[in-house]
Every structure is written in structure tokens, then in C-alpha cells.
Write a protein that binds this ligand. Structure first.
Ligand SMILES: Cc1cc2nc3c(=O)[nH]c(=O)nc-3n(C[C@H](O)[C@H](O)[C@H](O)COP(=O)(O)O)c2cc1C
Length: 186
């Protein structure tokens, strides 16, 4: 069974993008595609980045735990809320924290917004940072527009059939990358 880490970055009070993280966890496990764990940055409550993990003399146990979860995951899904056309500082905080853990890691990005475009403007900035850190960004999108209407608080989509059809394509691309990587590694 593959393991997928789902990063839910919003630390905002009354956040809505976490609904999409709940959806993907349920989708992956319900369809027996992978064991999925949500890495909730609101729960981790990391301090503002001051140095990369590999240079920290005395890293906090939560930092080590987070790094190990990314390192050991077969793939990562990032739920990226759109804040003013970009992604939130909480997410950059953990991208910069790690180094080798990201290398060649299949990372699929689902963007989320209140608006009708589903946060698609976030993609280029986030992909570029992930590319710089040598992650393997999965060439698939899962934009979620009007999140407070399209998903309920427990992550159930308003249109289950449509949401799951898109999820099948999105997750399928990530699984392809994971399998391709496994074959390369022998
Ligand atoms: C600082 C800030 C900026 C935002 N900018 C945009 C935006 O440019 N376009 C948009 O559609 N939604 C925008 N939103 C709404 C978020 O996309 C919305 O809150 C969404 O649910 C994802 O973030 P959340 O998980 O923090 O709720 C913004 C929200 C915040 C807090």
C-alpha cells in the first residue's frame, strides 16, 4: 500500500481549504488507493522559518517528525489556498525547511479559492519553488472554486460524481509518477 502525505497549509481561523484535504484522504482510503495522512500545518504550528532543518543544531521533535513523514511518503498532495494570487506563507515555511526530503518526490497540487477560478494562479509560483527544490511536480491540476459551496465542512463534495471523476484523473497521474519512480529505483 502506498503512503500519501496531504499537506493542509491553511492556519487561518475559519479556514475552508482543509475540507479538500479531508476529501482526498477519504477518497484515497475509501478506494483503497493508498494510506493517507493529513499533515495539518495549523496543528504543527511551526515558528517562522529561521533555517533549514539540515542546519538546525537542535531541531524540535515536530520538525523531525514532519520531515520524516515527507521523506517516507511515496507521494505528497499539497492543498494550496489562494491568497492574493499566491500561496500562504505557512506553506513556503515548510518548503524551505526541508531539502533532500523533497528531491524527486512526486508532488500533486490542488489549488483552492473562494473565487470562480479555483486558485489556478497559484500554480506557477508554487511549481517553480518545488522545481527549484527538485521535487517532481505532477502534471495534473485539481482546482477547487467557491470552496465553501463545493465542499462541506467534513470534506463531502456538493457534486460527488464530478469531484470523484476529477480526483480519479488527478490521483491517477500522481500514481503514475510514483510507479515510474519505483521502477527507476528498481
Ligand atoms: C489573505 C487572503 C487573500 C485571499 N486572496 C484571494 C484571491 O486572490 N482570490 C480568491 O479567489 N480568494 C482569495 N482568498 C480566499 C481564499 O482563497 C479562501 O479563504 C479559501 O477558502 C482558501 O483559504 P482558507 O483555507 O484559508 O480558507 C483570500 C483569502 C485570504 C485570507
Amino acid at each position: 500500500m502506498k503512503t500519501i502525505a496531504i499537506i493542509s497549509p491553511s492556519v487561518r481561523r475559519g479556514r475552508n481549504s482543509h475540507r479538500v484535504a479531508l476529501f482526498f484522504k477519504r477518497y484515497l482510503e475509501g478506494n483503497k488507493l493508498a494510506a493517507a495522512e493529513i499533515l495539518d500545518l495549523k496543528e504543527y504550528n511551526f515558528p517562522l522559518f529561521d533555517e533549514r532543518l539540515r542546519h538546525l543544531p537542535d531541531p524540535a521533535p515536530e520538525v523531525l517528525q514532519f520531515a520524516e513523514k515527507i521523506r517516507s511518503a511515496d507521494g505528497v498532495i499539497i492543498i494550496a489556498p489562494e491568497y492574493n494570487g499566491g500561496y500562504p506563507a505557512s506553506l513556503k515555511n515548510v518548503i524551505d525547511l526541508l531539502t533532500d526530503e523533497w528531491r524527486r518526490k512526486p508532488v500533486a497540487i490542488s489549488t483552492v479559492s473562494d473565487g470562480v477560478f479555483g486558485g489556478t494562479q497559484v500554480i506557477t509560483a508554487l511549481q517553480f519553488s518545488l522545481w527549484k527544490i527538485r521535487a517532481w511536480t505532477v502534471p495534473a491540476m485539481y482546482p477547487v472554486p467557491s470552496v465553501n459551496k463545493t465542499f462541506d465542512e467534513s470534506g463531502v463534495p456538493a457534486d460527488v460524481v464530478a469531484a470523484e471523476k476529477r480526483a480519479a484523473a488527478f490521483i491517477g497521474e500522481m500514481m503514475w509518477c510514483i510507479e515510474a519512480k519505483e521502477r527507476m529505483n528498481g
